[in-house]
Design a protein. Structure first.
Length: 369
Protein backbone atom coordinates (compact mmCIF):
# COMPACT_ATOMS: atom_id res chain seq x y z
CA UNK A 1 0.00 0.00 0.00
CA UNK A 2 1.56 3.43 -1.12
CA UNK A 3 1.92 6.33 1.33
CA UNK A 4 0.62 9.60 -0.03
CA UNK A 5 2.48 12.85 1.06
CA UNK A 6 0.87 16.31 0.92
CA UNK A 7 2.86 19.01 -0.97
CA UNK A 8 0.81 21.92 0.39
CA UNK A 9 3.42 22.91 2.93
CA UNK A 10 6.20 23.22 0.40
CA UNK A 11 3.99 25.31 -1.89
CA UNK A 12 3.27 27.68 0.97
CA UNK A 13 6.96 28.00 1.71
CA UNK A 14 7.61 28.77 -1.98
CA UNK A 15 4.91 31.41 -2.07
CA UNK A 16 6.25 33.05 1.10
CA UNK A 17 9.72 33.09 -0.41
CA UNK A 18 8.53 34.67 -3.63
CA UNK A 19 6.57 37.34 -1.75
CA UNK A 20 9.55 38.12 0.45
CA UNK A 21 11.77 38.39 -2.60
CA UNK A 22 9.31 40.72 -4.33
CA UNK A 23 9.07 42.83 -1.18
CA UNK A 24 12.83 43.15 -1.06
CA UNK A 25 12.99 44.00 -4.76
CA UNK A 26 10.18 46.54 -4.36
CA UNK A 27 12.00 48.21 -1.48
CA UNK A 28 15.17 48.26 -3.56
CA UNK A 29 13.31 49.74 -6.53
CA UNK A 30 11.77 52.43 -4.33
CA UNK A 31 15.19 53.25 -2.88
CA UNK A 32 16.69 53.30 -6.38
CA UNK A 33 13.92 55.55 -7.71
CA UNK A 34 14.33 57.95 -4.81
CA UNK A 35 18.09 57.94 -5.30
CA UNK A 36 17.76 58.54 -9.06
CA UNK A 37 15.26 61.33 -8.48
CA UNK A 38 17.60 62.94 -5.95
CA UNK A 39 20.57 62.66 -8.30
CA UNK A 40 18.50 64.04 -11.17
CA UNK A 41 17.41 67.00 -9.05
CA UNK A 42 21.01 67.55 -7.95
CA UNK A 43 22.20 67.44 -11.56
CA UNK A 44 19.52 69.90 -12.58
CA UNK A 45 20.46 72.28 -9.77
CA UNK A 46 24.15 71.97 -10.69
CA UNK A 47 23.42 72.57 -14.37
CA UNK A 48 21.25 75.58 -13.55
CA UNK A 49 23.87 76.96 -11.16
CA UNK A 50 26.46 76.66 -13.94
CA UNK A 51 24.07 78.38 -16.36
CA UNK A 52 23.59 81.21 -13.86
CA UNK A 53 27.36 81.59 -13.50
CA UNK A 54 27.80 81.75 -17.30
CA UNK A 55 24.89 84.18 -17.62
CA UNK A 56 26.61 86.29 -14.97
CA UNK A 57 29.66 86.60 -17.23
CA UNK A 58 27.49 87.81 -20.12
CA UNK A 59 25.68 90.21 -17.79
CA UNK A 60 28.96 91.57 -16.47
CA UNK A 61 30.27 92.16 -19.99
CA UNK A 62 27.19 94.28 -20.72
CA UNK A 63 27.65 96.19 -17.46
CA UNK A 64 31.35 96.82 -18.14
CA UNK A 65 30.46 98.10 -21.61
CA UNK A 66 28.36 100.80 -19.98
CA UNK A 67 30.76 101.60 -17.12
CA UNK A 68 34.36 100.42 -17.30
CA UNK A 69 35.80 100.17 -13.75
CA UNK A 70 38.93 102.28 -14.19
CA UNK A 71 38.79 103.41 -10.54
CA UNK A 72 37.68 101.81 -7.29
CA UNK A 73 34.78 104.27 -7.11
CA UNK A 74 33.51 103.20 -10.54
CA UNK A 75 33.93 99.55 -9.57
CA UNK A 76 31.92 100.07 -6.38
CA UNK A 77 29.22 101.86 -8.37
CA UNK A 78 28.61 99.05 -10.86
CA UNK A 79 24.95 98.07 -11.01
CA UNK A 80 24.88 94.30 -11.52
CA UNK A 81 21.75 92.15 -11.08
CA UNK A 82 22.00 89.76 -8.13
CA UNK A 83 19.58 87.24 -9.65
CA UNK A 84 19.88 85.66 -13.08
CA UNK A 85 17.94 82.80 -14.72
CA UNK A 86 16.09 81.92 -11.52
CA UNK A 87 19.24 81.70 -9.41
CA UNK A 88 21.37 84.10 -7.39
CA UNK A 89 24.57 85.68 -8.66
CA UNK A 90 27.65 87.07 -6.96
CA UNK A 91 30.46 88.61 -8.95
CA UNK A 92 33.91 90.17 -8.73
CA UNK A 93 36.23 92.16 -10.99
CA UNK A 94 40.01 91.92 -10.82
CA UNK A 95 42.83 93.58 -12.75
CA UNK A 96 45.16 91.74 -15.10
CA UNK A 97 48.95 91.76 -14.86
CA UNK A 98 49.53 93.39 -18.25
CA UNK A 99 51.24 90.31 -19.68
CA UNK A 100 50.39 88.10 -22.65
CA UNK A 101 48.69 85.78 -21.97
CA UNK A 102 47.09 87.77 -19.17
CA UNK A 103 47.37 86.74 -15.55
CA UNK A 104 45.21 87.91 -12.65
CA UNK A 105 46.00 90.50 -9.96
CA UNK A 106 43.47 90.06 -7.15
CA UNK A 107 44.99 93.02 -5.30
CA UNK A 108 43.00 95.41 -7.52
CA UNK A 109 39.26 95.12 -8.12
CA UNK A 110 39.32 97.52 -11.07
CA UNK A 111 41.43 98.30 -14.15
CA UNK A 112 44.32 99.75 -12.16
CA UNK A 113 46.85 99.63 -15.01
CA UNK A 114 44.32 101.22 -17.44
CA UNK A 115 45.09 98.80 -20.27
CA UNK A 116 41.44 97.97 -20.97
CA UNK A 117 41.70 94.40 -19.66
CA UNK A 118 40.14 92.90 -16.50
CA UNK A 119 39.03 89.53 -15.15
CA UNK A 120 35.39 88.70 -14.39
CA UNK A 121 34.58 86.14 -11.70
CA UNK A 122 30.96 84.96 -11.59
CA UNK A 123 29.44 82.57 -9.00
CA UNK A 124 25.97 81.18 -9.63
CA UNK A 125 23.82 79.49 -6.99
CA UNK A 126 20.66 77.50 -7.57
CA UNK A 127 19.05 75.59 -4.74
CA UNK A 128 21.81 73.76 -2.88
CA UNK A 129 24.32 73.79 -5.71
CA UNK A 130 26.86 76.39 -6.84
CA UNK A 131 29.22 76.93 -9.78
CA UNK A 132 31.93 79.50 -10.45
CA UNK A 133 33.55 80.59 -13.69
CA UNK A 134 36.18 83.19 -14.56
CA UNK A 135 37.19 84.83 -17.82
CA UNK A 136 39.40 87.71 -18.94
CA UNK A 137 37.70 90.43 -21.00
CA UNK A 138 38.96 93.43 -22.94
CA UNK A 139 37.53 96.62 -24.37
CA UNK A 140 37.12 96.73 -28.15
CA UNK A 141 37.48 100.35 -29.30
CA UNK A 142 36.44 101.76 -32.65
CA UNK A 143 37.29 105.05 -34.33
CA UNK A 144 34.36 107.17 -35.46
CA UNK A 145 36.06 108.30 -38.69
CA UNK A 146 33.98 111.48 -38.94
CA UNK A 147 34.93 113.52 -42.00
CA UNK A 148 36.37 116.93 -41.22
CA UNK A 149 35.99 120.34 -42.85
CA UNK A 150 32.16 120.08 -43.04
CA UNK A 151 30.10 122.80 -41.38
CA UNK A 152 26.65 121.92 -42.75
CA UNK A 153 25.14 119.15 -44.83
CA UNK A 154 21.56 119.40 -46.08
CA UNK A 155 19.97 116.52 -47.95
CA UNK A 156 17.13 118.73 -49.21
CA UNK A 157 16.64 122.51 -49.57
CA UNK A 158 18.43 125.12 -47.47
CA UNK A 159 17.60 128.75 -46.70
CA UNK A 160 20.25 131.18 -45.41
CA UNK A 161 19.01 134.39 -43.81
CA UNK A 162 22.10 136.44 -43.06
CA UNK A 163 21.86 139.52 -40.86
CA UNK A 164 24.27 141.89 -39.16
CA UNK A 165 28.02 141.97 -39.53
CA UNK A 166 28.67 138.26 -38.88
CA UNK A 167 28.05 135.49 -41.44
CA UNK A 168 25.59 132.69 -40.82
CA UNK A 169 28.27 130.04 -41.41
CA UNK A 170 31.86 130.53 -40.27
CA UNK A 171 34.88 128.60 -38.96
CA UNK A 172 37.33 128.78 -36.06
CA UNK A 173 39.78 126.68 -34.04
CA UNK A 174 42.64 126.86 -36.53
CA UNK A 175 40.53 125.88 -39.53
CA UNK A 176 41.40 127.56 -42.83
CA UNK A 177 37.94 127.03 -44.27
CA UNK A 178 34.83 124.88 -44.22
CA UNK A 179 32.35 123.28 -46.61
CA UNK A 180 28.59 123.59 -46.93
CA UNK A 181 26.83 120.82 -48.85
CA UNK A 182 23.32 121.34 -50.25
CA UNK A 183 21.67 118.56 -52.25
CA UNK A 184 18.51 120.58 -52.94
CA UNK A 185 17.70 124.20 -53.72
CA UNK A 186 19.58 127.00 -51.94
CA UNK A 187 17.83 130.27 -51.10
CA UNK A 188 19.91 133.34 -50.26
CA UNK A 189 18.32 136.11 -48.19
CA UNK A 190 21.30 138.11 -47.00
CA UNK A 191 24.64 139.59 -47.94
CA UNK A 192 26.70 137.99 -45.14
CA UNK A 193 25.61 134.37 -45.37
CA UNK A 194 28.99 132.65 -45.66
CA UNK A 195 32.33 133.73 -44.25
CA UNK A 196 35.24 134.08 -46.62
CA UNK A 197 36.75 130.62 -46.90
CA UNK A 198 33.47 128.76 -46.52
CA UNK A 199 32.94 126.84 -49.76
CA UNK A 200 29.43 126.13 -51.01
CA UNK A 201 28.96 122.78 -52.76
CA UNK A 202 25.54 122.73 -54.45
CA UNK A 203 24.14 119.66 -56.24
CA UNK A 204 26.88 117.47 -54.85
CA UNK A 205 26.93 113.68 -54.82
CA UNK A 206 28.13 113.75 -51.22
CA UNK A 207 25.87 111.83 -48.80
CA UNK A 208 25.60 111.89 -45.01
CA UNK A 209 27.29 108.45 -44.72
CA UNK A 210 30.28 109.97 -46.50
CA UNK A 211 30.58 112.35 -43.54
CA UNK A 212 29.40 110.10 -40.71
CA UNK A 213 29.70 106.48 -41.90
CA UNK A 214 26.76 104.16 -41.27
CA UNK A 215 28.87 102.00 -38.96
CA UNK A 216 29.76 105.13 -36.98
CA UNK A 217 26.10 106.11 -36.65
CA UNK A 218 25.29 102.57 -35.51
CA UNK A 219 28.14 102.63 -33.00
CA UNK A 220 26.90 105.95 -31.60
CA UNK A 221 23.34 104.67 -31.29
CA UNK A 222 24.54 101.45 -29.63
CA UNK A 223 26.69 103.48 -27.24
CA UNK A 224 23.68 105.59 -26.30
CA UNK A 225 21.50 102.50 -25.85
CA UNK A 226 24.10 100.79 -23.66
CA UNK A 227 24.26 103.88 -21.46
CA UNK A 228 20.46 104.18 -21.31
CA UNK A 229 20.54 107.35 -23.40
CA UNK A 230 18.10 106.53 -26.16
CA UNK A 231 14.75 108.16 -25.44
CA UNK A 232 11.25 108.22 -26.89
CA UNK A 233 11.20 112.04 -27.00
CA UNK A 234 12.99 115.05 -25.55
CA UNK A 235 10.67 115.26 -22.55
CA UNK A 236 11.90 111.81 -21.45
CA UNK A 237 15.55 112.93 -21.24
CA UNK A 238 16.58 113.62 -17.62
CA UNK A 239 18.62 116.76 -17.08
CA UNK A 240 21.66 114.81 -15.84
CA UNK A 241 21.83 112.77 -19.06
CA UNK A 242 23.00 115.76 -21.09
CA UNK A 243 26.12 116.37 -18.99
CA UNK A 244 27.08 112.79 -18.09
CA UNK A 245 29.28 110.52 -20.19
CA UNK A 246 29.01 109.34 -22.85
CA UNK A 247 27.73 112.58 -24.32
CA UNK A 248 25.57 110.89 -26.92
CA UNK A 249 21.80 111.50 -26.88
CA UNK A 250 19.45 109.66 -29.25
CA UNK A 251 15.80 110.74 -29.53
CA UNK A 252 13.28 108.69 -31.51
CA UNK A 253 10.20 110.87 -31.88
CA UNK A 254 9.03 114.47 -31.91
CA UNK A 255 11.23 117.56 -32.18
CA UNK A 256 14.28 118.72 -30.25
CA UNK A 257 14.35 122.27 -28.90
CA UNK A 258 17.92 123.25 -28.09
CA UNK A 259 16.66 125.98 -25.76
CA UNK A 260 15.01 123.32 -23.59
CA UNK A 261 18.35 121.56 -22.96
CA UNK A 262 19.80 122.44 -19.53
CA UNK A 263 23.19 124.07 -19.15
CA UNK A 264 25.88 121.39 -19.11
CA UNK A 265 29.15 123.35 -18.91
CA UNK A 266 30.40 126.81 -18.04
CA UNK A 267 27.82 129.35 -19.22
CA UNK A 268 28.68 131.80 -21.91
CA UNK A 269 29.33 135.53 -21.58
CA UNK A 270 27.69 137.05 -18.52
CA UNK A 271 26.15 133.72 -17.59
CA UNK A 272 23.17 134.45 -19.84
CA UNK A 273 23.82 131.69 -22.39
CA UNK A 274 22.96 128.04 -22.04
CA UNK A 275 26.11 126.10 -22.93
CA UNK A 276 25.55 122.61 -24.32
CA UNK A 277 28.78 120.64 -23.97
CA UNK A 278 32.21 122.18 -24.71
CA UNK A 279 35.06 122.21 -27.20
CA UNK A 280 37.14 119.88 -25.02
CA UNK A 281 34.20 117.58 -24.25
CA UNK A 282 31.70 117.83 -27.12
CA UNK A 283 28.68 115.62 -27.72
CA UNK A 284 26.43 114.14 -30.38
CA UNK A 285 22.68 114.77 -30.64
CA UNK A 286 20.81 112.37 -32.95
CA UNK A 287 17.15 112.79 -33.91
CA UNK A 288 15.78 109.70 -35.66
CA UNK A 289 12.37 111.17 -36.51
CA UNK A 290 12.30 111.85 -40.25
CA UNK A 291 9.24 114.09 -39.77
CA UNK A 292 10.75 116.05 -36.87
CA UNK A 293 13.27 118.85 -36.53
CA UNK A 294 16.08 120.14 -34.34
CA UNK A 295 15.40 123.80 -33.77
CA UNK A 296 16.23 126.84 -31.68
CA UNK A 297 14.93 130.39 -31.63
CA UNK A 298 16.84 133.22 -30.03
CA UNK A 299 20.42 133.93 -29.04
CA UNK A 300 20.53 132.11 -25.71
CA UNK A 301 22.14 128.84 -26.83
CA UNK A 302 25.72 127.91 -27.58
CA UNK A 303 26.61 124.29 -28.31
CA UNK A 304 29.60 122.10 -29.18
CA UNK A 305 29.46 118.86 -31.13
CA UNK A 306 27.39 117.32 -33.91
CA UNK A 307 23.69 117.72 -34.55
CA UNK A 308 22.50 114.80 -36.69
CA UNK A 309 18.84 115.02 -37.71
CA UNK A 310 17.07 112.56 -39.96
CA UNK A 311 14.46 115.31 -40.22
CA UNK A 312 14.90 119.08 -40.53
CA UNK A 313 17.10 121.82 -39.04
CA UNK A 314 15.76 125.26 -38.08
CA UNK A 315 18.12 127.72 -36.36
CA UNK A 316 16.81 131.28 -36.04
CA UNK A 317 17.89 134.31 -34.02
CA UNK A 318 21.54 134.26 -33.06
CA UNK A 319 22.33 130.79 -31.67
CA UNK A 320 25.80 129.40 -32.26
CA UNK A 321 26.57 125.74 -32.82
CA UNK A 322 30.31 124.96 -32.87
CA UNK A 323 31.11 121.82 -34.80
CA UNK A 324 28.89 120.28 -37.46
CA UNK A 325 25.18 120.22 -38.37
CA UNK A 326 23.76 117.44 -40.58
CA UNK A 327 20.15 117.24 -41.78
CA UNK A 328 18.38 114.75 -44.03
CA UNK A 329 15.51 117.18 -44.57
CA UNK A 330 15.46 120.93 -45.12
CA UNK A 331 17.60 123.46 -43.25
CA UNK A 332 16.82 127.05 -42.34
CA UNK A 333 19.67 129.06 -40.81
CA UNK A 334 19.07 132.63 -39.73
CA UNK A 335 20.98 135.26 -37.81
CA UNK A 336 24.72 135.52 -37.27
CA UNK A 337 27.24 132.70 -36.78
CA UNK A 338 24.49 130.09 -36.55
CA UNK A 339 26.98 127.31 -37.36
CA UNK A 340 30.72 127.55 -36.83
CA UNK A 341 32.90 124.69 -38.01
CA UNK A 342 35.50 123.80 -35.37
CA UNK A 343 38.10 121.12 -36.19
CA UNK A 344 39.00 120.74 -32.52
CA UNK A 345 35.45 119.62 -31.76
CA UNK A 346 35.55 117.02 -34.54
CA UNK A 347 39.01 115.82 -33.46
CA UNK A 348 37.80 115.36 -29.90
CA UNK A 349 34.74 113.47 -31.11
CA UNK A 350 36.94 111.23 -33.27
CA UNK A 351 38.57 109.73 -30.19
CA UNK A 352 37.97 105.95 -30.10
CA UNK A 353 34.80 104.80 -28.36
CA UNK A 354 34.24 101.37 -26.86
CA UNK A 355 32.24 99.29 -29.31
CA UNK A 356 32.01 96.20 -27.11
CA UNK A 357 33.61 94.17 -24.32
CA UNK A 358 34.82 90.76 -25.53
CA UNK A 359 36.34 87.70 -23.91
CA UNK A 360 40.07 87.12 -24.34
CA UNK A 361 40.65 83.81 -26.09
CA UNK A 362 41.73 80.80 -23.99
CA UNK A 363 41.14 82.52 -20.63
CA UNK A 364 37.78 80.96 -19.69
CA UNK A 365 38.02 78.58 -16.75
CA UNK A 366 35.76 76.88 -14.22
CA UNK A 367 36.66 77.27 -10.54
CA UNK A 368 35.66 75.46 -7.41
CA UNK A 369 32.54 77.19 -6.15
Amino acid sequence: MKRLQSEGGSTLILVVGVVATLAILSSAMVALAVNVQHNTMTDRMQTTAFTVAEAGVDTMQSVLWRTWPSTQALRDGLQVPTSVAGGSLTWAVYDDDGLTPPGIRRTYTFDQNLNGVVWIESRGVYGQRAAKVMVCVRQVPTSLNILGNVAIYTQSDMTLNGAGSQPVVAFEGGATGASVYVRGHLTWNGSTDLATGVVLNPDTTMTIPDIVPDETLLALIRTAEAAGKRYVNQAAVPAAAWSSSPRVIVINQGNVDLKAIPNTDTPGSGGTLTTIWSEANPGVLILLNTAGKVYVSGNSVIGYGIVYSLGNIDFSGNPTWHGMVLGSGTSVLSGTRAVVYNPNVIANLNQPIILSVQQVANTWRELKP
